[in-house]
Design a protein around this ligand. Structure first.
Ligand SMILES: [Zn+2]
Length: 190
């Protein structure tokens, strides 16, 4: 049987801060593999926010677990920003959950304190899960396309941003467009 390979899209943004214990580099790699999964037809192109249910031009996926890039949530930029800022602006987030929360909704139970999910997952899986590409290969259904190419490395970020090009992915996966004054968000969504 012929196995189709699909290239992993490059990551063209600055590194984000940590979230849920995942480093900026792990988040970048997770973004790449979620974008790859869309290319590979394993995830739909996000077209409707899974929180406010608005169909938005500004389409993202949000990850809680970057070691599992096949499980990401379509989200609009407004909800995405509120989510990442919930540690320092809980009222805004709680209002959103109050308004849109449904029984069993993925976002209804998110902690208002930062958690180290990454460390928990690594402990439970003896660190193997942190090899995100190997983890993805384990998760792929039989017959699914396979990724080719590479994930970003720390040294990729030593080069000036211009040299990495600026062609956007087919949908927005990088950081939300924030004004420079808002760029120092300790929650990790810079
Ligand atoms: Zn939304």
């Amino acid at each position: 049987m012929t196995v189709i390979t699909i290239p992993i899209p490059p990551y063209r943004w600055e590194l984000l801060g940590p979230y849920n214990g995942f480093s900026g580099l792990e988040r970048a790699r997770g973004h790449q593999l979620t974008a790859w999964a869309v290319r590979a037809g394993l995830l739909p192109t996000p077209d409707r926010c899974s929180i406010c249910e608005v169909a938005s031009e500004r389409r993202h996926y949000h990850s809680e677990n970057y070691y599992d890039p096949l499980h990401a949530y379509p989200i609009c930029s407004k909800c995405h920003m509120a989510l990442h800022r919930r540690f320092r602006s809980p009222d805004r987030w709680l209002a959103l959950v109050e308004r849109h929360g449904r029984a069993g909704a993925w976002f209804s139970q998110l902690s208002l304190e930062p958690v180290d999910l990454a460390a928990e997952l690594r402990r439970a899986d003896r660190e193997a899960i942190a090899d995100i590409l190997a983890t993805l290969l384990r998760l792929l259904p039989p017959g699914a396309p396979r990724p080719s190419g590479r994930l970003v490395e720390t040294w990729d970020f030593a080069a000036p941003a211009e040299s990495r090009g600026s062609r956007p992915l087919p949908f927005r996966l990088g950081r939300p467009q924030l004004r420079p004054s808002e760029s120092n968000d300790p929650s990790g969504c810079r």
